[in-house]
Design a protein around this ligand. Structure first.
Ligand code: SF4
Ligand code: SF4
Ligand code: SF4
Length: 284
């Protein structure tokens, strides 16, 4: 049988990913807010000197953290509704630029390196506000809440002016920079980056096999990651497991140690199925 071309494989993988993203967007749009509500709940309880119960928020947060420790940030790459919204906005912007024959705006490398730490500040601020019991005074400021309300068809934004303005700014950021919110601002993303994951299930490369001067995998990466070598067990916490680096490599040099190359599509579907199962178990 004739082997599929790399371009066709890439298109199939992109189609499967878009299908999985759409499924999670429709069926489980609140997974990321529920998980982050778990983070806030922990600090509210600590601030109030009250016990932390294993409630619905903590359950979703726990299963997502354990899942991320095993499979990396597959949730971010395939299942988070806000991440998927960012991908859709970016795709729209790129297609408009292509139609108008305009060069897309790009963020330079130095800004990339600096902004990446902002999400930890956002996380710290939210943790502080939760711990001090000031969460109610920030009501109406969350762009996530506005997004959730819009998704639920609620367009009465009276008390959510700040959140709405922030959401519009974030959407502009998402258009001009792939995964802008995830890379620079998302407090849940900051939590995920701190979770170490099993390196043998993540994508790495054999550096000695690389083409001289090639950086295609880094350029296509939405998180601007330089892939680790197979000899290293360090995996970037920023990696959202999208698989774009694997698809673009002209030498098929980007692999998972424990997953055969021709099993990659099945592995994607298995990870999605496990994620659906555990989120349903957690009550979503
Ligand atoms: S970084 Fe945040 S917004 Fe982005 S995909 Fe992950 S949880 Fe969702
Ligand atoms: S695209 Fe492939 S060959 Fe090029 S740097 Fe990345 S892993 Fe190496
Ligand atoms: S392109 Fe590769 S390294 Fe970058 S986020 Fe996607 S899977 Fe991770």
């Amino acid at each position: 049988m004739k082997e599929m071309t790399p371009l066709k494989k890439r298109k199939i993988h992109a189609g499967v990913r878009a299908g999985i993203q759409l499924m999670f967007f429709i069926l489980m749009p609140s997974a990321f807010t529920t998980a982050f509500a778990g983070v806030k709940y922990i600090f509210v309880q600590l601030g109030n000197r009250e016990p932390i119960e294993f409630n619905a928020f903590i359950k979703v947060l726990s299963v997502l953290l354990v899942y991320t420790a095993v499979f990396g940030r597959f949730f971010c790459g395939y299942a988070c509704a806000f991440g998927s919204l960012g991908d859709a906005v970016r795709a729209l912007y790129m297609s408009i630029c292509k139609k108008m024959k305009k060069k897309p705006v790009a963020i330079n490398e130095t800004m990339n390196k600096l902004f990446i730490y902002v999400k930890y500040l956002v996380l710290l601020m939210i943790v502080f506000v939760s711990y001090k019991g000031m969460a109610t005074s920030t009501k109406g400021m969350s762009p996530w809440d506005v997004f959730s309300m819009l998704r639920a068809g609620n367009i009465e934004m009276g008390a959510y002016i700040i959140g709405t303005v922030l959401l519009v700014l974030i959407l502009i950021g998402m258009a001009i920079c792939e995964r802008f919110f995830c890379r620079f601002l998302c407090p849940m993303g900051a939590v995920f980056t701190l979770i170490p994951s099993i390196p043998y299930l993540s994508l790495r490369r054999t550096r000695t096999n690389c083409i001289n001067g090639c950086s295609a995998c880094k350029r296509v990466c939405p998180c601007n990651i330089e892939l680790s070598d197979v000899s290293s067990i360090e995996i970037s916490g920023e990696c959202i497991q999208c698989g774009k680096c694997r698809g673009i490599c002209p030498k098929q040099n980007v692999k998972r140690t424990l997953v055969p190359q021709n099993f990659e599509l099945c592995f994607t579907i298995i990870r999605a199925a496990i994620l659906v199962a555990i989120l349903i178990w957690a009550g979503l």
